[in-house]
Design a protein around this ligand. Structure first.
Ligand SMILES: [Zn+2]
Length: 155
């Protein structure tokens, strides 16, 4: 288990909380079929989830945080989805893809399972550093669940 510096985790948690709150305030609720998908995945509180469609993903402003993420090779700027707890960011040009939503909802489920942002982020970063993005268990689980999105939401 890698030791994550407290200051790094602190600023990550702050960043997460800030952008999650924006999604919760301005995002839209799930429609009935999306609720069905969330439940099928095992989300405990699908009613809490809000989706915010964006042209660009939230940026990391902290220079320190950005440098550490760059060094670790972590880049979500090109992703179609980003899950910050109950706030799910979906890129406008990827919004028709049910797999993206199923993937991000799986991270919501993991966030619930791990009891909140701090714990989720700690486990996520640890796994990222140990296994890398492709092989880390949290991402593998999310990828496995993508097909459920197509199954329930169609396409
Ligand atoms: Zn993911």
């Amino acid at each position: 288990m890698k030791n994550i510096p407290t200051e790094f985790l602190d600023s990550l948690v702050k960043w997460f909380a800030y952008h999650q709150s924006i999604a919760l305030k301005t995002g839209i609720k799930l429609n009935p079929r999306q609720i069905e998908l969330a439940k099928a995945l095992g989300c405990l509180k699908p009613d809490n989830i809000r989706i915010l469609y964006v042209d660009d993903m939230p940026k990391v402003k902290s220079a320190v945080l950005r440098e550490i993420m760059d060094q670790a090779g972590f880049n979500f700027g090109d992703a179609y989805g980003l899950c910050l707890g109950y706030g799910i960011f979906i890129k406008t040009d990827g919004q028709g893809d049910p797999r993206v939503l199923a993937h991000e909802m799986t991270h919501t489920l993991q966030f619930e399972r791990l009891n909140g942002a701090r714990n989720f982020l700690e486990v996520y970063v640890q796994q990222f550093l140990v296994y890398g993005y492709t092989s880390m268990p949290l991402e593998k689980e999310a990828r496995l669940n993508e097909k459920l999105g197509t199954k329930i939401l169609g396409r």
